[in-house]
Design a protein around this ligand. Structure first.
Ligand code: PGA
Length: 254
């Protein structure tokens, strides 16, 4: 089986300011340098990306979103090429706060993925069901549909792709999926990737979990063979907590 490098993303969402984002980037870079077995990436608000990129050290920097368009009259949007120009190597595609908060469909996200790939960014594609979908027994169907709708038809390099399974009901709620439920969802992600591409591709892609990951539960989640790291919101804003989470991910390779 291919060895997968753990990936930990810190999704800062719409938090911090210039000075605090640079300070957090420096602290996070130090933790990334101490745990080189894991890939660590921070996702700052757009306007702070250049400052964070200058302070990034051993960690990567990504955008929280990119436009589905290449350039032009799209007020307020940021293109994938601009993210690269500002120092990003990664981009989140389809975070639930965009799928559900802003109504972004799989068709729009597929276009965003095209723009990200053209620009040379590594996409972190997010999928996950709502509470109503889980309670209706549809969680795995939703994961499959979102993956097919967003990834289908794209030529992808498994080493440059991360899938984040983020059940919507676990994001920012303090309610984490159990390690068993997360592992089961990750198996569905890999099976869908195997159907879309092939087994080797599916086994090479990092599949990470997001949704109330914190310094206390990270080790249990990352101990599961299926879970290659995490996408962390709230706890990524606290340098010491994020350091513990990065260390837990790095232990997977020891
Ligand atoms: P959370 O956010 O860790 O605050 O739940 C995760 C995410 O939205 O990526």
């Amino acid at each position: 089986m291919p060895k997968r490098t753990p990936f930990v993303g810190g999704n800062w969402k719409m938090n911090l300011d210039g000075a605090r984002s640079r300070a957090l980037a420096e602290a996070t870079a130090a933790h990334a340098a101490a745990h080189r077995g894991a890939e660590v990436c921070v996702f700052p608000p757009f306007v702070y990306i250049p400052g964070v990129a200058a302070a990034r050290g051993a960690s990567l920097v990504g955008g929280q979103d990119c436009s589905a368009e290449k350039e032009g009259a799209f007020t307020g949007q940021v293109s994938a090429a601009m993210l690269v120009d500002a120092g990003c190597s990664q981009v989140l595609i389809g975070h639930s706060e965009r799928r559900h908060g802003l109504g972004e469909t799989d068709a729009v996200l597929s276009k965003k993925l095209s723009r990200a790939l053209e620009a040379g960014l590594c996409p972190v594609v997010c999928v996950g069901e709502t509470l109503a979908e889980r309670e209706a027994g549809r969680a795995h169907d939703v994961i499959r549909t979102q993956l097919r709708g967003t990834l289908g038809g794209h030529a992808l390099d498994a080493a440059r792709l991360v899938i984040a399974y983020e059940p919507v009901w676990a994001i920012g709620t303090g309610r984490t999926a159990s390690a068993d439920d997360a592992a089961e969802a990750h198996r569905t992600v890999r099976q869908t990737l195997a159907d879309l591409y092939d087994v080797r591709f599916a086994e090479s892609v990092r599949v990470i979990y997001g949704g109330s990951v914190n310094a206390k539960n990270a080790a249990e989640l990352f101990a599961r063979e299926e879970i290659d790291g995490g996408l962390v919101g709230g706890a990524s804003l606290v340098a010491a907590d994020f350091a513990t989470i990065v260390a837990a991910a790095a232990r997977r390779v020891q």
